[in-house]
Design a protein around this ligand. Structure first.
Ligand code: NDP
Ligand code: 2IT
Length: 445
């Protein structure tokens, strides 16, 4: 059996009931086959793939908190410190009822390669809780965040592990988490990123993931001599990433025709009006259905998968994992879609990716295309260390060049390993090689 297949089999056997983690490992290792084969003896001797797929540390803890009725609630907290070969662990926190150890491990594993691709000195980690922020009062969110940090603080630090946001964790949650860390440690340091601007947050961080995904799509198209201007785009989600992407698309002259939530989607064939979206989203944290009630000609449809059945040139999945399956991928192709660029983490199933490949779509894989968020988090860490704050233009220009470099480095790696134009293989290879070299250089850890 080849080394790659041996390690995949071990991961499946040793990590039962973690299908998302298996999926992420299989995708990376299978596309790294050519790289591994070229160095098989050295990698095997160093047990490099076994070490790469085993987190350095996995922390699980109880999070008790009191709800508005005086009832004690109990959730589970997670932090998986996956790999620190090239820098302190870095990655978001997800608060969503679906969170379990396997989901956090898939996200942490992806984060290792993504962070390497940014070119910044950051290792990979991820955390979160099965806490559901939906429908909770501000006080309940604060109580939960304070309890969560009362355990997490002992495992993190500005030079050890620097969490940020992900699904269900935005500036409000980061604020409460930061406050509690500062109170317990009596230290004002850059231990979290995605902070509000008033206490060390970087400009552009709220928009960074979405902006970065659109910059990535723009560079992919440019490589093919095409412009994003005038293209029709379908987006899923209605959160941090979708909102950043929507704003940048409209600025660049693309036509955005959808947004979506877990229950349904909006289709506005005349182009989504961002001022209305902003009012619903930021004005009163409302539901997307309201958009169709306010905009003549816009339609609301039940079911989140339908968003992939509208005619479009470009699809930007920005909601969650495995949101595009084989059927949705085929629907995209049938309706003329030529580009899929992933804002969410692992939004396409392996079968969907095969459909993109078989039909010659331009495919920007998540760990490359959504790296803009963590990249600006890395820039926030630098600004916090320097105790200064860069302008919007400075950060945005750095983000643009990081995304451009990721496209260029991934294409170069794809070419080096004989798969010209394959951004998935190229991104996995480029991200992996740096981490692998650092691990070997640091000895048996
Ligand atoms: P948010 O919580 O801000 O937004 C998530 C959005 O997706 C919400 O609108 C949510 O709706 C919607 N959603 C959740 N589940 C589904 C579903 N099954 N179908 C359709 N819509 C759904 O999270 P983010 O925008 O931060 O994260 C979105 C994705 O991007 C995730 O995969 C995340 O891991 C990834 N990502 C995030 C980064 C960041 O910087 N925040 C960086 C890189 C990747 P509702 O609120 O109604 O549940
Ligand atoms: O998936 C991701 O890259 C994030 N949620 C952002 C992580 C970060 O540390 O900014």
């Amino acid at each position: 059996m080849s080394y790659v297949d041996e390690v995949i089999a071990q991961v499946v056997e040793k990590n039962p009931v973690q299908p998302e983690f298996h999926q992420a490992v299989k995708e990376v290792l299978e596309s790294l086959r050519v790289v591994v084969e070229a160095n098989e003896e050295e990698f095997r001797k160093n047990a490099l793939l076994e070490r790469l797929t085993n987190p350095e540390r996995q922390i699980m803890f109880r999070v008790p908190w009191v709800d508005d009725k005086g009832q004690v609630q109990v959730n589970t907290g997670f932090r998986v410190q996956f790999n620190s070969a090239i820098g302190p662990y870095k990655g978001g926190l997800r608060f969503h009822p679906s969170v379990n150890l396997g989901i956090i491990k898939f996200l942490g594993f992806e984060q290792v390669f993504k962070n390497s691709l940014t070119g910044l000195p950051i290792g990979g980690g991820k955390g979160g809780s099965d806490f559901d922020p939906k429908g909770k009062s501000d006080r309940e969110i604060m109580a939960f965040c304070q309890s969560f940090m009362t355990e997490l603080y002992r495992h993190i630090g500005a030079d050890t592990d620097v969490p940020a946001g992900d699904i269900g964790v935005g500036a409000r949650e980061i604020g409460y988490l930061f406050g509690q860390y500062k109170r317990i440690r009596n230290e004002f340091v850059g231990v979290l990123t995605g902070k509000p601007r008033e206490f060390g947050g970087s400009r552009v961080r709220p928009e960074a993931t979405g902006y970065g995904t659109v910059y990535f799509a723009q560079h992919m198209l440019k490589e093919k001599g095409q412009d994003i201007k005038g293209k029709t785009v379908a987006i899923s989600g209605f959160g941090n990433v979708a909102w950043g992407a929507a704003q940048k698309l409209v600025q660049l002259g693309a036509k955005l025709v959808t947004i979506s939530g877990p229950d349904g989607y909006i289709y506005d064939p005349d182009g989504i009006k961002l001022d209305i979206v902003k009012d619903i989203k930021l004005g009163h944290r409302g539901r997307i259905k309201e958009y169709a009630e306010r905009v003549p000609g816009a339609e609301y449809h039940e079911g989140c998968k339908g968003v992939w059945t509208v005619p479009c040139d470009i699809a930007l999945p920005c909601a969650t994992q495995n949101e595009i399956d084989e059927e949705s991928a085929k629907a995209l192709v049938a309706n003329g879609c030529k580009v899929v660029c992933e804002g969410a983490n692992m939004p396409s199933t392996p079968e969907a990716i095969a459909v993109y490949q078989d039909n010659g779509l331009l495919y920007g894989p998540a760990k490359a295309a959504n790296a803009g968020g963590v990249a600006v988090s890395g820039l926030e860490m630098s600004q916090n260390s320097y105790r200064l704050s860069w302008t919007f233009e400075e950060v945005d220009n750095k983000l643009k060049s990081i995304m451009e470099n990721i496209v260029a480095n991934s294409l170069a790696a794809a070419k080096e390993y004989g798969h010209e134009g394959d951004l998935m293989l190229g991104a996995n290879a480029a991200g992996f090689v740096k981490v692998a070299n650092a691990m070997v250089a640091q000895g048996v850890l």
